[in-house]
Design a binder for this molecule. Structure first.
Ligand SMILES: [Mg+2]
Length: 146
Protein backbone atom coordinates (compact mmCIF):
# COMPACT_ATOMS: atom_id res chain seq x y z
CA UNK A 1 0.00 0.00 0.00
CA UNK A 2 2.81 2.41 0.82
CA UNK A 3 4.23 1.97 -2.66
CA UNK A 4 0.92 3.12 -4.09
CA UNK A 5 1.28 6.39 -2.19
CA UNK A 6 -1.83 5.81 -0.11
CA UNK A 7 -2.16 8.40 2.67
CA UNK A 8 -5.58 7.66 4.14
CA UNK A 9 -7.79 4.63 4.78
CA UNK A 10 -11.57 4.64 4.92
CA UNK A 11 -12.64 1.49 6.72
CA UNK A 12 -15.93 -0.37 6.78
CA UNK A 13 -16.85 -1.54 10.30
CA UNK A 14 -19.21 -4.54 10.44
CA UNK A 15 -17.62 -7.67 8.96
CA UNK A 16 -14.37 -5.81 8.28
CA UNK A 17 -13.05 -4.78 11.71
CA UNK A 18 -15.52 -6.69 13.84
CA UNK A 19 -18.35 -9.21 13.63
CA UNK A 20 -21.67 -7.49 13.02
CA UNK A 21 -23.04 -8.33 16.48
CA UNK A 22 -19.90 -7.72 18.51
CA UNK A 23 -19.64 -4.50 20.60
CA UNK A 24 -15.95 -4.84 21.58
CA UNK A 25 -12.99 -4.42 19.24
CA UNK A 26 -10.35 -7.15 19.65
CA UNK A 27 -6.89 -6.18 20.90
CA UNK A 28 -5.43 -7.38 17.58
CA UNK A 29 -7.56 -4.96 15.59
CA UNK A 30 -6.91 -2.17 18.10
CA UNK A 31 -3.15 -2.72 17.79
CA UNK A 32 -3.38 -2.84 13.99
CA UNK A 33 -5.28 0.45 13.92
CA UNK A 34 -2.94 2.12 16.41
CA UNK A 35 0.07 1.09 14.34
CA UNK A 36 -1.58 2.11 11.05
CA UNK A 37 -2.24 5.59 12.44
CA UNK A 38 1.51 6.20 12.21
CA UNK A 39 1.24 5.94 8.44
CA UNK A 40 -2.35 6.77 7.49
CA UNK A 41 -5.22 9.08 8.27
CA UNK A 42 -8.03 6.64 9.16
CA UNK A 43 -11.80 7.13 9.07
CA UNK A 44 -14.69 4.70 9.76
CA UNK A 45 -17.52 4.57 7.22
CA UNK A 46 -20.45 2.26 8.03
CA UNK A 47 -23.83 1.60 6.49
CA UNK A 48 -25.10 0.55 9.93
CA UNK A 49 -28.02 2.84 10.94
CA UNK A 50 -27.12 2.61 14.65
CA UNK A 51 -25.16 5.70 15.67
CA UNK A 52 -24.83 4.14 19.12
CA UNK A 53 -23.03 1.04 17.80
CA UNK A 54 -20.68 2.79 15.37
CA UNK A 55 -19.84 5.53 17.89
CA UNK A 56 -19.07 2.87 20.51
CA UNK A 57 -16.60 1.21 18.13
CA UNK A 58 -15.11 4.49 16.88
CA UNK A 59 -14.51 5.58 20.48
CA UNK A 60 -12.59 2.37 21.23
CA UNK A 61 -10.29 3.17 18.31
CA UNK A 62 -10.31 6.95 18.78
CA UNK A 63 -11.42 7.48 15.16
CA UNK A 64 -13.89 9.75 13.43
CA UNK A 65 -16.86 8.00 11.83
CA UNK A 66 -19.92 8.18 9.60
CA UNK A 67 -22.89 5.84 10.23
CA UNK A 68 -25.90 5.25 7.90
CA UNK A 69 -23.40 5.67 5.10
CA UNK A 70 -25.74 4.69 2.26
CA UNK A 71 -22.98 2.87 0.34
CA UNK A 72 -22.87 2.47 -2.66
CA UNK A 73 -24.32 5.99 -2.90
CA UNK A 74 -21.51 8.50 -3.34
CA UNK A 75 -23.12 11.30 -1.34
CA UNK A 76 -21.75 10.65 2.17
CA UNK A 77 -18.40 9.39 0.92
CA UNK A 78 -17.90 12.68 -0.93
CA UNK A 79 -18.54 14.52 2.34
CA UNK A 80 -15.90 12.39 4.04
CA UNK A 81 -13.41 12.99 1.24
CA UNK A 82 -13.93 16.73 1.63
CA UNK A 83 -12.74 16.44 5.24
CA UNK A 84 -9.59 14.45 4.41
CA UNK A 85 -6.58 16.55 3.37
CA UNK A 86 -5.54 14.18 0.55
CA UNK A 87 -6.83 13.73 -2.98
CA UNK A 88 -9.08 10.72 -3.57
CA UNK A 89 -6.43 8.82 -5.55
CA UNK A 90 -4.35 8.75 -2.33
CA UNK A 91 -7.20 7.32 -0.26
CA UNK A 92 -8.08 3.62 -0.06
CA UNK A 93 -11.46 2.23 0.94
CA UNK A 94 -11.44 -1.16 2.63
CA UNK A 95 -14.48 -3.37 3.17
CA UNK A 96 -15.98 -6.84 2.99
CA UNK A 97 -18.76 -6.22 0.46
CA UNK A 98 -18.47 -5.68 -3.26
CA UNK A 99 -21.83 -4.02 -3.78
CA UNK A 100 -21.34 -1.39 -1.08
CA UNK A 101 -17.71 -0.77 -0.08
CA UNK A 102 -15.97 -1.62 -3.34
CA UNK A 103 -18.60 -0.21 -5.67
CA UNK A 104 -18.70 3.20 -3.98
CA UNK A 105 -14.90 3.39 -3.99
CA UNK A 106 -14.78 2.58 -7.67
CA UNK A 107 -17.41 5.18 -8.41
CA UNK A 108 -15.12 7.83 -6.92
CA UNK A 109 -12.02 6.30 -8.57
CA UNK A 110 -10.47 5.36 -5.24
CA UNK A 111 -8.15 2.46 -4.51
CA UNK A 112 -10.33 -0.38 -3.17
CA UNK A 113 -9.45 -3.38 -1.04
CA UNK A 114 -11.90 -6.27 -0.56
CA UNK A 115 -11.33 -8.28 2.62
CA UNK A 116 -12.84 -11.45 4.01
CA UNK A 117 -15.62 -10.95 6.54
CA UNK A 118 -14.53 -11.60 10.11
CA UNK A 119 -16.27 -13.47 12.91
CA UNK A 120 -16.47 -12.76 16.65
CA UNK A 121 -12.80 -13.68 17.10
CA UNK A 122 -11.52 -11.66 14.15
CA UNK A 123 -10.99 -14.83 12.12
CA UNK A 124 -12.18 -14.92 8.54
CA UNK A 125 -15.58 -16.46 8.01
CA UNK A 126 -15.55 -19.38 5.61
CA UNK A 127 -16.85 -18.04 2.36
CA UNK A 128 -20.47 -18.64 1.58
CA UNK A 129 -21.80 -18.84 -1.96
CA UNK A 130 -22.86 -15.24 -2.04
CA UNK A 131 -19.39 -14.05 -1.10
CA UNK A 132 -17.87 -16.28 -3.79
CA UNK A 133 -20.06 -14.53 -6.34
CA UNK A 134 -19.03 -11.17 -4.91
CA UNK A 135 -15.35 -12.00 -5.14
CA UNK A 136 -15.73 -13.07 -8.75
CA UNK A 137 -17.53 -9.85 -9.57
CA UNK A 138 -14.82 -7.89 -7.77
CA UNK A 139 -12.25 -9.38 -10.13
CA UNK A 140 -14.31 -8.24 -13.08
CA UNK A 141 -14.79 -4.75 -11.63
CA UNK A 142 -11.16 -4.26 -10.68
CA UNK A 143 -9.67 -6.26 -13.55
CA UNK A 144 -7.43 -8.03 -11.05
CA UNK A 145 -7.33 -11.74 -11.88
CA UNK A 146 -4.02 -12.41 -10.08
MG1 LIG B 1 -19.17 -4.78 6.10
Amino acid sequence: MLSKDIKALILDVDGTLISGKDPVISSEVKNWIDNSKKYFYIYLFSNNPSKKRIKLIANQLDLKFTYSGGKPSKRKLKKILDKIPYSSNKIAIIGDRVFTDILVGNRLKMYTILVDSVDHYGNKIEKNNFQSIERYLAKIITGDFS
